[in-house]
Design a protein around this ligand. Sequence first.
Ligand code: HEC
Length: 191
Amino acid sequence: MKLESFDRFAAVATAAACATFVLVAMQPAHAADAPMSVEKAARGKYLVSTSGCMDCHTPFKMGPKGPEWDMSRMLAGHPESLEMPPAPKLPDGPWAVVSSGSNTAHAGPWGVSFTANLTPDKETGLGNWTVNDFKATIRTGRHMGRGREILPPMPIPVYSNFSDSDLEAIFAYLRTIPAVKNRVPEPRTPK
Ligand code: HEC
């Protein structure tokens, strides 16, 4: 985000915060949730746009100026139609990781991982997750806090430093994006 647009964001966020305050002040307590969650989702959008989620979870496609995000598949993870052949075997030496051009499949010492569908699709995305499932995943590095371990390059050690309210905001935003039906393949174990 450029500095001017950040300023604009800050101005909009401040205006939104003031508006929320007025709304909250005017309404009985039980009606205060709605404007708060709009504000929360706006903060989540900001966090998602500055924390790299798009780089790995939105597939790149080739555009006129080189690789660009395929926004029709925003945050939908590795495209199910993009069948990946076995990863090339690297010679001994310092090269350790190979990535697909979509940046959604990564092969390394952990095997091959495919980025997850973060859209609210109920069957193939996070549609059936609660905010606690999301927080537990990022906090523990395990699927929904109790399943299998989340593999690299998902930066769990970085994102586990998000505060509770940041994670709640990110999840609130992920609820608002278009659902994309896309079944991401299971990871492959190392050979
Ligand atoms: C460097 C690449 C990378 C970045 C950046 C990244 N992810 Fe991931 N993410 C992955 C990969 C790869 C997986 C799948 C790992 C696996 O299958 O074990 C994953 C998995 C996940 C999962 C687990 C899904 C499940 O079903 O258990 C969630 C939730 C998630 N990412 C959210 C995010 C969010 C939110 C951000 C930004 C704040 C983000 N990721 C940024 C690569 C990344």
